[in-house]
Design a protein around this ligand. Structure first.
Ligand SMILES: Cc1cc2nc3c(=O)[nH]c(=O)nc-3n(C[C@H](O)[C@H](O)[C@H](O)COP(=O)(O)OP(=O)(O)OC[C@H]3O[C@@H](n4cnc5c(N)ncnc54)[C@H](O)[C@@H]3O)c2cc1C
Length: 419
């Protein structure tokens, strides 16, 4: 069978579903994407595309479009709440990578993927208002069933050669495989995610994290257009431990957050170079989202059917790595599938390549990933450090940063070798 005769079905037209569609299309494999919502809108706030995913998105011809809208992140730094630096490192081009690290509005990224997918695959292959509900498979094909998600009425069934569930953290396909799994697991941390346009801090391209495990602030600018006007469109996340709340709560990306719920916790903070009152009070939007993930799965794939992106490995945002891992899934899947006509074996191979590493990242992120340097300083600092913290030796900090990069696949040497 020629590649052009293969027909793939993707449930979920989010970031990873559309990336997979583009990757498969590039290999000459036909694919249809079925998205649950009737209209695909530019939702969410900031996300990071680390160099390994940018390298792959460049292979899909998306780099120019992404660079037009996103910020090329220059550095990442960790601070304590009094503005003293713990660790600073250059990022992306500034760190000598061939490609940038991009901080981008999720909606901007989504719209680039959507426009490109519609242009390349044809709009008739990105089908809205079709909620994946079930599948049947036999030796030679798989049939996926879709319903109207508002009333459950059947809409269509389509037969193809393989089915990918890229339907996000509340994946319907994952629930079919693991019906007893229940809702995502709450970490005990609540996130208030906002965006504010204001004067730039530091060089206008820097990402920072400050605080410790109980109270943290993360921020990074995400829009080049704002930067060009001398402003900064800043994505920020205020994170506070709320252990007893919401064990059973649904993770809803669209839930509104209120200033009163967190602002006073930061009243004593003084970073020096950032006006935190303005950051919080002049927010264009604030959303509230429990930090949740899902346990690693023992198996993603059953015959011609598999999981991808958050459906396969929803992880805490520590390490800013979630969507990048989904992009790697998509590219790996397409690379493997185009080498063989044996689809179940290709799917097994895809899972073998991706499941174990993402499992390790889920677990590392539960230990706060590379951000644990902040808690190390919280626990170890005797209070006598000067402008910069020296309480944790530099080589220990460096090792935390490097070992996470290696695990996630974006250390400079490893990435250069994988080109
Ligand atoms: C509305 C929204 C806002 C988000 N905002 C942020 C953010 O601000 N910051 C951040 O870090 N991450 C955000 N995320 C999550 C982020 O997009 C993912 O963590 C990451 O990009 C992995 O992408 P994904 O494609 O696996 O999942 P998602 O991007 O979540 O995409 C999953 C897609 O599947 C669709 N879907 C769900 N169920 C079905 C079904 N049964 N049949 C068909 N389609 C289905 C969903 O509508 C969605 O479009 C958001 C996700 C959503 C859906």
């Amino acid at each position: 069978m020629g590649k052009s005769e293969l027909q793939g079905i993707i449930a979920g037209g989010g970031l990873v579903g559309l990336t997979a569609a583009l990757a498969l299309h590039q290999k000459g494999i036909s694919v249809k994407v079925f998205e649950s919502v009737p209209e695909i809108k530019p939702l969410g706030v900031g996300i990071n595309l680390l160099p390994h995913s940018v390298q792959n998105l460049a292979k899909l011809g998306l780099l120019k479009d992404l660079e037009k809208v996103a910020i090329k992140t220059s550095s990442l730094a960790y601070y304590t709440e009094d503005g003293k630096a713990i660790w600073r490192e250059p990022r992306g081009l500034d760190a000598g990578y061939d490609v940038p690290q991009l901080s981008i509005h999720r909606g901007d990224f989504h719209m680039i993927l959507l426009a490109t997918a519609e242009e390349r695959l044809g709009p008739e292959n990105i089908i809205r208002n079709h909620h994946f509900s079930g599948f049947d498979q036999d030796e030679s094909s798989v049939t996926a069933h879709f319903v109207d998600r508002t009333n459950g009425d059947p809409k269509t069934s389509i037969t193809g050669d393989f089915l990918i569930g890229a339907d996000g953290i509340n994946s319907s396909l994952r629930r079919l495989f693991y019906p007893d799994e229940g809702p995502p697991k709450y970490s005990g941390q609540m996130l208030w995610r906002g965006v504010t346009e204001m004067d730039p801090y530091l060089d206008g391209r820097s990402m920072f994290m400050a605080g410790h495990n109980d109270l943290k602030l993360v921020a990074y600018p995400i829009r080049e257009e704002s930067h060009k006007r001398g402003k900064s469109y800043i994505n920020w996340i205020a994170e506070r431990r709320i252990p007893s709340d919401l064990a059973e709560r649904q993770a809803d990306w669209n839930e509104e957050g209120l200033l009163d719920e967190f602002k006073s916790d930061f009243a004593d903070w003084d970073l020096g170079w950032l006006d935190m009152d303005r950051l919080f009070e002049e927010a264009i939007s604030i959303h509230k989202f429990p930090m949740v993930d899902r346990d690693p799965l023992p198996k993603w794939s059953f015959g011609r059917v598999t999981l991808m992106g958050d459906a396969a490995h929803a992880m805490y945002p520590n390490g800013s790595n979630g969507v990048s891992q989904g992009v790697l899934d998509a590219m790996t899947f397409a690379d493997i599938l185009c080498e063989t006509n044996d689809i179940p074996s290709a799917i097994e191979e895809y899972e073998k390549t991706r499941r174990e590493v993402t499992q390790k990242i889920i677990l590392a992120n539960r230990q706060t990933g590379p951000e644990r340097v902040m808690q190390m300083v919280k626990e170890q600092c005797p209070g006598t450090c000067g402008e910069e913290h020296s309480c944790v030796p530099k080589d220990v900090l460096e090792n935390v940063a490097l070992s996470y990069k290696k695990l996630a696949g974006f250390d400079k040497q490893g990435l250069a070798a994988s080109k």
